[in-house]
Design a protein around this ligand. Structure first.
Ligand SMILES: [Zn+2]
Length: 440
């Protein structure tokens, strides 16, 4: 079938993208009950989708719509879920999403992430990568992991800062990778302790907005360039920073086709801001087709760029900017760590546990130094008892902290507004520096 293998080409021309789109859409219609249902309901013939430009004929998919049917609805019917790799999104729209992929799709996803790094830094083998601010989960539980000539060293977000610095200064990374908030914290600690870290070829950031003050701090402390990426669990690398223009990104044509639509779901013209939809063009085990990411952005006129790339150009708007959480003793932790404190208390290892059945959406709000409020839209399997373990985790973070749970009907933000999974209302250093930045 055309496109079955094209989807694994690491550098795709537009014709390859079209072939992969065709394959993903027709395979989803044939094999994935969720897509068969919604395409039948919308009376669209998947055979009429000949390439990326035809995608607007298909309905838009929200996280909640995709997840509520469970794996039986959203997975390829010939694949046993036990054979698939599972990734949990770390929460950006409040609705938890589980991403499934087979071994080949997972390997391809890794290759394309490395290839995106390659766009902004010269990487040679053997290659040491330091990954900052990740969590202990999935297969990534070891500090050090070797995959062929690639050595990955993980500075988990739960590791004490002294240990992170110790591991960092004893390695020679070609690449440092992480969320801006986690890298900002590490760079500040290095600066305060007057420690010179090793200089990588490039620092890659992703998953949150990279603000100018953070970019400058990282460049100064590590003495290298900083390249931003647009990554999400549903796709992997979605776009990489143009090496010639700091504010521009190039959608990763190996992994994804990106569209922008307005409030009503109609395509917006090049140069106008809109809601971002992604179509994953390699994962047929769990297809994401015209899937709403919750992010906003602008697609510009495609073409030859100064950096040498010939293809789409975009700008990411209003991305994830979440404030730090301030603990009663004055320590500040990243919003991701706060998310993890709550999320890791849920029984994810229990095979009977289905997150979306218990919790449709939730939001974590720091109202006061000692008070965390969790707003929750319950699902049919919701139970109050879920919060006991969460409370214990919170007390472990700091014994003076309290949890308050509020049941709500909806958490979706107003049109055009960005949802904050973690909403820190206190005046953290992160926020103060941001505000100084915008005063300038
Ligand atoms: Zn470029």
């Amino acid at each position: 079938m055309i496109g079955k293998w094209t989807r694994f080409l690491p550098r795709k021309r537009k014709a390859d993208v079209d072939r992969a789109v065709r394959y993903i859409v027709s395979s989803a219609y044939k094999n994935v009950p969720f897509y068969r249902r919604i395409y039948d309901l919308a009376s669209v013939d998947p055979a009429s989708i000949r390439g990326a430009e035809d995608l607007p004929r298909l309905p838009i998919v929200s996280r909640l719509d995709l997840m509520v049917g469970g794996p039986a609805a959203y997975l390829h019917r010939n694949i046993s879920p036990g054979k698939l790799t599972i990734k949990h999104t770390t929460g950006t729209t409040g609705t938890p999403v589980i991403v499934h992929m087979n071994k080949r799709e997972e390997a391809f996803r890794k290759i394309t992430i490395l290839d995106a790094f390659q766009r902004n830094g010269r990487l040679t083998c053997p290659l040491t990568i330091i990954d900052v601010g990740g969590e202990v989960k999935d297969s990534a539980t070891q500090i050090e992991q070797r995959i062929g000539p690639v050595r990955i060293i993980r500075l988990f977000r739960t590791m004490p800062m002294e240990q992170q610095i110790d591991v960092l200064t004893h390695s020679r990374p070609a690449l440092i990778n992480g969320r801006p908030s986690a890298l900002w914290q590490l760079a500040n600690a290095l600066l305060e302790k007057r420690i010179d870290p090793p200089t990588p070829s490039v620092i890659n950031t992703g998953a949150e907005m990279l603000f100018d003050n953070v970019r400058e701090l990282l460049q100064n402390v590590f003495g290298c360039r900083v390249a931003d990426n647009y990554n999400c669990e549903e796709v992997g690398n979605t776009a990489w920073q143009c090496p010639s223009h700091t504010g521009r990104m190039h959608p990763n044509m190996a992994t994804v086709w990106i569209e922008t639509v307005d409030q009503q779901g109609n395509p917006v013209p090049a140069g106008s801001e809109g809601r971002l939809l992604v179509t994953n063009i390699y994962n047929s085990s769990m297809p994401f087709i015209r899937y709403e990411t919750g992010d906003r952005g602008t697609l510009m006129q495609s073409g030859h760029c100064q950096c040498g790339f010939n293809g789409p150009v975009m700008r990411l708007m209003e991305g994830r900017n979440e404030n730090f959480i301030v603990l009663p003793d004055g320590r500040e932790i990243t919003p991701r760590l706060m998310y993890e404190v709550i999320n890791s208390a849920f029984p994810h290892d229990d095979p009977r546990w289905n997150m979306i059945d218990a919790i449709r959406m939730f939001q974590i709000i720091q109202e006061a130094k000692d008070l965390i409020v969790v707003k929750v839209v319950p699902g049919p399997a919701y139970s109050e008892s879920l919060w006991r373990a969460v409370e214990e985790n919170l007390k472990r973070l700091h014994p003076a902290m309290f949890l308050k749970v509020e049941i709500v009907n909806d958490l979706r933000p107003e049109p055009g507004k960005k949802f904050h999974q973690v909403l820190g209302k206190l005046n953290s250093r992160w926020r103060r520096e941001r505000e100084n930045q915008s005063d300038k």
